[in-house]
Design a binder for this molecule. Structure first.
Ligand code: ADP
Length: 606
């Protein structure tokens, strides 16, 4: 998009002006003033100069008992004490000096003081006053806003341009697009809405995990409706000085109203929109900024053509005042893409790269389950980079498959050498997972297992495949998932009769799952449908906080252990029953380092 920015005079500009004034003062004015200063000399110098006729004017000051005189061209002023000298008048007359009693202008001590002290102070006070007036102007929304760039909204303005982002560039996210297309329609023809008396929401909140295309959607709305697009991040409002953020908000809205119809996009709004919890020592600047935002949103009448879009991945942390009707009253979820969405996103990004004809996006989309739009864009780019590294002219299916692993599990670690025994343990561990998964029908079969160490630290890697979209999971499926997670350790115990550190991630995941089953999904017989935990940030990792008594916590812990233990035993049983297959598959993986889902099933079914 085409970006227009107003030029802003930088801070250094003002410093340079002050410095120049000071230099001018010191190098030109002060020497001139000093020149006019009186030089004190001995009486004999006065006598010599008189004799040499080098004196122009003389003033005899009887009261002060001194003689002040100048040289011939008047550039220097001298002073000497008076002595009893009766011939003085005669000699002066002969030397041709003027001594008519005319007062020689000399720099008085007062003037010197004024020039060297008071004047600089006045200059500084003047500059200070000027700056503070500018700042106050700014805070009051005045027109001159350049000083220090403080309080000036630095919203980037995108104006309509032919290569602007359109809805077609945002793949998947059909519901969000449908929701937002109403805004586009409104911006094209606000009159239609006014006639009926319908009012558009002032603010729309785009909510979803990072990298799902919230910013893109906001830009697409502006692109589709051909209106200016003001974009600013929540954190940009928060300045060092209290009150500056608020004035930035005012400035942003003033600009927006001038350009209406237009779209204002505030990214990461949670940076300013967090709940005001009244804690002592709270963040004054943030709260003032938020208050200003609330006031501005109330201030402009509906249907004036300014639509505010905001994005966040922590909607639960937002202040209720911000989300009430009349402000951000519409919430558009922008979720992680489903299978079809992933395929479409891959296709959109693949348009930019040269592809081999054999590439099958549905397989890639299946493999990259849970990936966000941004990750999918990254996968395509990594594949293209790999093709360049290998001097090929186009991207192949295997490039894409390998890049999924790169994006999800990191690069292959070239110099990590596993000992023979370690490699065997890792092979059994990974096959343990896969075998337990395959034997429990509901669990997804594996796509590929590798035991090449990755830069992420994983020694082996099992890529599970999603057959379709899953929205609900039954208790049995969840239990099976836990069993699959414990399958790795179970295999190690069965074969080597010892445990290794390789299972730490599995343990973490299994525990998390078991805990959620008991505290959030109501899958424990003792607690019925009582929520023991609440999710605090759904889109960022899904952290939870406990809300129950200490005794209940102890009971929950006991039940979590029981649940995981039961599934661990189940996994061990499955592996024991299929010990020959376990050995065969682990040997295969140990030899080849990679086994695909098909090869796996062939050996299992043989
Ligand atoms: P968010 O604001 O939700 O964190 P962005 O809109 O900044 O995410 O998306 C980051 C990048 O991910 C985009 O530049 C784009 O390349 C890619 N992307 C994300 N979602 C999509 C999508 N639905 N369709 C196409 N590209 C997408």
């Amino acid at each position: 998009m085409h970006e227009v920015k107003k030029p802003r005079k930088p801070l250094i500009y003002y410093y340079v002006i002050v410095l120049l004034v000071l230099l001018l003062f010191n190098f030109i004015f002060m020497p001139w003033a000093a020149e006019r200063q009186v030089k004190e000399v001995g009486y004999e110098t006065f006598m010599d100069m008189t004799a040499d006729k080098e004196i122009d004017q003389v003033q005899i000051d009887q009261e002060e008992n001194e003689i002040i005189f100048t040289n011939k061209d008047g550039s220097e002023i001298y002073k000497t004490g008076m002595v009893d000298d009766p011939d003085l008048t005669q000699r002066l007359y002969e030397s041709g000096a003027t001594f008519s009693g005319q007062i020689i202008e000399q720099a008085s001590p007062l003037l010197t003081f004024l020039l060297s002290w008071i004047l600089p102070i006045l200059i500084f006070i003047g500059i200070g006053q000027y700056m503070s007036r500018k700042l106050t102007n700014r805070a009051n929304g005045g027109p001159n806003s350049m000083i220090f760039g403080m309080g000036k909204s630095s919203a980037k303005v995108y104006v309509k341009s032919s290569e602007g982002i359109k809805f077609s560039d945002v793949a998947g996210e059909d519901e969000a697009k449908e929701n937002l297309s109403e805004i586009v329609e409104y911006l094209h023809n606000p009159q239609k809405y006014r006639e009926i008396g319908a009012s558009m929401p002032k603010g729309i909140l785009l909510v979803g995990p990072p990298g799902t295309g919230k910013t893109m959607l906001a830009k697409a709305v502006a692109g589709e409706s051909n209106v200016p697009f003001f974009s600013m991040s929540g954190s940009e409002f928060v300045e060092m000085f209290v009150g500056m953020g608020a004035s930035k908000v005012r400035d942003l809205f003033r600009q927006a109203k001038e350009k209406a119809p237009c779209i204002v996009f505030i990214d990461e709004i949670d940076a300013i929109g967090q709940k005001r919890d009244g804690r002592v020592g709270g963040n004054d600047e943030r709260e003032q900024t938020l208050n200003q935002l609330l006031t501005e949103m109330d201030g402009f009448e509906t249907n004036n053509g300014v639509i505010i879009l905001a994005a966040t991945n922590r909607p639960e942390s937002l202040d209720p005042a911000l989300t009430r009707p009349g402000r951000f009253d519409r919430r558009v979820p922008v979720e992680l893409p489903d299978l079809k969405g992933r395929e479409e996103i891959l296709k959109v990004h693949a348009k930019k790269v040269k592809l081999d004809e054999s590439v099958d996006f549905s397989v890639i989309a299946r493999m990259a389950s849970g990936a966000s739009g941004a990750e999918l864009a990254n996968i395509v780019n990594e594949a293209a980079l790999k093709a360049v590294r290998e001097n090929r002219k186009y991207v192949t299916q295997s490039d894409l498959e390998e890049s999924i692993e790169v994006v999800i599990a990191g690069y292959q670690k070239k110099n990590a050498i596993l000992t023979d025994q370690e490699k065997k343990v890792v092979a059994y561990h990974e096959i343990g997972h896969a075998l337990v998964a395959a034997k429990q029908t509901q669990s997804a079969p594996v796509q590929k297992i590798t035991i090449v160490p990755r830069t992420s630290g994983a020694l082996g890697y099992t890529m599970q495949v999603e057959e379709g979209n899953h929205y609900l999971m039954s208790q049995e499926e969840l239990e099976n998932k836990i069993a699959t997670l414990t399958g790795g350790r179970a295999a190690e115990e069965l074969v080597f009769h010892s445990a290794s550190t390789g299972a730490s991630n599995d343990i973490e995941q299994a525990t998390k799952l078991a805990r959620s089953m008991i505290t959030r999904y109501g899958m424990s017989k003792d607690f019925d449908m009582v929520a023991m935990e609440t999710v605090t940030n759904r889109y960022l990792g899904g952290d939870t906080s406990l809300s129950c008594s200490a005794e209940t916590q102890a009971e929950i812990d006991r039940q979590v252990v029981e649940l995981v233990k039961k599934q661990h035993e189940k996994a061990a049983r499955i592996l024991e029953e299929n010990r020959d297959k376990l050995d065969e598959l682990a040997d295969y993986l140990y030899e080849k380092e990679t086994i695909t889902g098909e090869e796996f099933m062939k050996i299992l079914d043989a």
